[in-house]
Design a protein. Structure first.
Length: 276
């Protein structure tokens, strides 16, 4: 009888261990980090400027969760913290990040034949130079000219990839401000001599603030257009390479879907009525 009880206990223990292992192996939610700075129409703000869980980024992730069948957990954090937590594996993915060679140590970008695959980009954003109205600076698509540019101080949003472009051109990047609005204010006050900003953000601020717009101007042509990707942590890629490949394909499918296009149209209409 005692042997029977011992055998029963052993069997129950084995079942308990197996059940615990199965539970441990169940896929957890995909932990995605978003910049906590409002960016209309992707991340909307309330009247006090605080980010709401509303906008195209959230609509996109809802559609991605439905298509992939995965639960998605969203964290809203300062951009530099998003990048740090992607690198150390605390976050599985960062939504909407442009490629720089040095960013490959932070996470995994979609590639094809050894190059970043722009066909799997989430979206593209355009950057332009902004200067004060009286500035003699002009841009020919490759060079800033019209005034001495040695030591030129350029305002860029904290953690944004365009800072690397500014430095490659031989200028100093001031990353002290997190928003386009703050950078434009610094420019108007003479704290920087130019600003390199995403066009949709900067132009929206200027449309909403005629007094500020009267003091500044945008240089043509564009400074740059950049592709933005969903980037996965190296740790998540090592554990789930097949799933990551499937997710990149799902991301492209959601981006091109009728449901997302409809959400995009609604968000752009709402953005037309939104303040800075």
């Amino acid at each position: 009888m005692r042997q029977t009880r011992l055998l029963l206990r052993a069997v129950l223990l084995m079942l308990w261990v197996c059940m615990g292992s199965a539970q441990a192996e169940e896929p957890r939610a995909l932990r995605v980090c978003l910049n906590d700075v409002p960016h209309i129409p992707w991340r909307m703000a309330d009247a006090e400027g605080r980010i709401q869980r509303e906008g195209l980024d959230f609509a996109f992730l809802d559609l991605l969760a439905r298509r992939s069948g995965m639960q998605i957990q969203i964290a809203l954090l300062p951009w530099k913290r998003c990048l740090a937590e992607l690198k150390n594996g605390e976050r599985d993915a960062v939504l909407s990040m442009s490629h720089l060679p040095e960013r490959e140590e932070l996470g995994v970008f979609p590639t094809r034949r050894g190059a970043v695959d722009a066909s799997l980009a989430l979206r593209h954003n355009r950057y332009s130079w902004y200067v004060v109205k009286a500035s003699p600076l002009r841009w020919d698509g490759q060079h800033l000219a019209g005034a001495p540019t040695e030591g030129l101080l350029v305002g860029v949003q904290s953690g944004y990839s365009i800072a690397s472009v500014v430095r490659e051109l031989g200028f100093k990047a001031d990353e002290g401000a997190r928003t386009a609005e703050a950078n434009l204010e610094k420019l108007a006050r003479g704290h920087v001599q130019a600003a390199a900003l995403q066009v949709n953000e900067a132009d929206r601020v200027l449309r909403a603030n005629p007094a500020l717009a009267a003091r500044l101007r945008k240089l043509e042509p564009l400074l740059q257009e950049r592709a933005y990707f969903t980037v996965f942590s190296h740790a998540y890629w090592r554990r789930n390479p097949r799933q990551v490949l499937d997710l990149w394909r799902d991301i492209a499918a959601v981006r091109d879907s009728a449901a997302y296009r409809q959400a995009e149209a609604r968000a752009l209409e709402q953005a037309g009525h939104a303040g800075p």
